[in-house]
Design a protein around this ligand. Structure first.
Ligand SMILES: [Zn+2]
Length: 167
């Protein structure tokens, strides 16, 4: 129970039942360009999306301190995901570093007109990107020390997303 463990001020703004593991989610957005190498349809052309990323984390709400009643402060979660994921993708040309033609485009963009790039070693489908993002969020020690990510959803459009979760 919470109230018995609090020191000083008796907070009445906290849940007073048993503290159980639960989840919170924060949503992020960014714009970036890509193309799908070998695709037979329109996606073979360079085009852009406004991606939406949902990051679900699991934990126990903390007791005491400025994050009293929170698994992690949403603003701290925002800073972490922004640094490790969003800032890399936002306004970049995200390309397949295993593709000769993607590398040619990327080289031109970088050397001739100083464009922002993000190299990923696969075709940049929502499924592949979701798997990469999930791995980044669950294996980077600076993140795993602070948050436990259990699920992500990467929305490529308003009606299509790829999801990756634990297990
Ligand atoms: Zn696309």
């Amino acid at each position: 129970m919470l109230l018995g463990t609090l020191k000083g001020e008796k907070h009445q703004n906290v849940y007073t039942g048993d503290i159980v593991k639960m989840n919170i989610t924060k949503v992020f957005n960014w714009h970036c360009a890509h193309r799908l190498v070998g695709h037979r349809g329109l996606c073979k052309n360079v085009h852009g999306h406004t991606y939406k990323l949902e990051v679900e984390i699991e934990g126990n709400p903390q007791i005491g301190g400025s994050s009293d009643g929170m698994i992690v402060d949403f603003s701290d979660l925002k800073s972490l995901v922004k640094k490790f994921i969003v800032d890399k993708f936002d306004h970049a040309f995200v390309y397949n570093s295993n593709s000769y033609t993607d590398k040619l485009i990327a080289k031109f963009l970088k050397t001739k007109i100083d464009q922002k790039l993000l190299a990923l070693p696969f075709n940049t489908t929502a499924e592949n990107m979701a798997q990469w993002i999930f791995k980044e969020l669950t294996t980077q020690k600076k993140l795993t020390d602070k948050i436990t990510v259990t699920k992500i959803r990467l929305w490529e459009t308003d009606t299509a997303y790829a999801e990756k979760k634990n297990g």
